[in-house]
Write a protein that binds this ligand. Structure first.
Ligand code: PAF
Length: 280
């Protein structure tokens, strides 16, 4: 498995693979890979012939007070995990390769509406950073298929809308959230948790599941369910960011008649922000 750092090297390799008729699969990541990322690569291997994983901690999607500098960078370990999984090529560009004129001069891709809700409210500009870098990476790689995790449910919805609205000829494939045995969604940010916080962290998933099962049983007082969930989380030292019961397709508040309901939640344990979701 090769690693390339420049767009030119990437394009040369992709051109060779295309010449021999290979279907190109792309897995965008910010590195510090865990089983969730490896599941994306494995899914990619079943869907195409040549899997490219990018590792790029995208500064454009981090707010001024967020963890850009602290975000774990573990290229060597990531390369080992990817090679073992059967990934074919790693694309690990520098920030200068991606944003040669700096981020202020960078043209941006704005996905309206969806990006203003949930994570978009607490992280203004985050999704514009994501949609912009994903568009740039798509243009660099020009894949047939791109694979994303369902843990970032809202991100997946934003990418699907962007691809549809901009007629990008790319099939978006999603993979269910990988979890630790106690239910905690795998995330690079779990590494920030203290031992005590790590013991509490699966409560987020437990509370989401208990609300999901009440909805399945027919409860429809979403406001009461939301208050109940927030109170349970607060009791366990979580600082609530949002707990929203939404229409899975529009991500707008669910109504009695909503066919497919998703619970989206984000909460802090100390400084660490955890997100999770469940579709009912
Ligand atoms: O989900 C992530 O890791 C990032 O948001 C992505 C899609 C790689 C864009 O930087």
């Amino acid at each position: 498995m090769n690693t390339v750092h420049t767009i030119k090297e990437l394009r040369d390799t992709v051109a060779q693979q295309r010449k021999s008729g290979k279907r190109i699969v792309f897995v965008p990541t910010m590195g510090n890979l865990h089983e969730g990322h490896i599941a994306l690569v494995k899914q990619g291997l079943t869907q195409g012939d040549f899997v490219i994983t990018s590792i790029f901690v995208n500064p454009l999607q981090f707010g001024a007070n967020e963890d850009l500098d602290a975000y774990p960078r573990t290229l060597e370990q990531d390369q080992q995990k990817l090679a073992q999984a059967g990934n074919h090529l790693v694309f690990a560009p520098s920030a200068n390769e991606v944003y040669p004129q700096g981020m202020d001069q960078q043209s941006k891709v704005i996905v309206p509406d969806l990006t203003e809700l949930h994570c978009g409210t607490s992280r203004p500009g985050h999704f514009t950073g994501v949609s912009t870098v994903v568009t740039m990476l798509f243009n660099m790689v020009q894949p047939d298929i791109a694979v994303f995790g369902e843990k970032d449910f809202q991100q997946l919805a934003v990418i699907r809308k962007m691809v549809k609205d901009l007629f990008m000829p790319i099939e978006i494939v999603s993979v269910p959230t990988a979890r630790d045995s106690d239910g905690l969604a795998k995330s690079s940010r779990n590494g920030y948790l203290t031992t005590e916080q790590r013991a509490i962290a699966p409560t987020l998933n437990k509370v989401i599941n208990s609300i999901a099962s009440k909805i399945r049983q027919g409860e429809r007082d979403f406001s009461a369910l939301t208050s109940e969930a927030k109170a349970e989380l607060a009791e366990c030292q979580f600082k609530n960011d949002y707990f929203n019961i939404v229409d899975s397709n529009t991500l707008k508040p669910a109504e009695d008649s909503t066919q497919s309901i998703t619970i989206l939640a984000a909460a802090y344990l100390g400084e660490t922000r955890l997100i999770d979701n469940a579709t009912v």
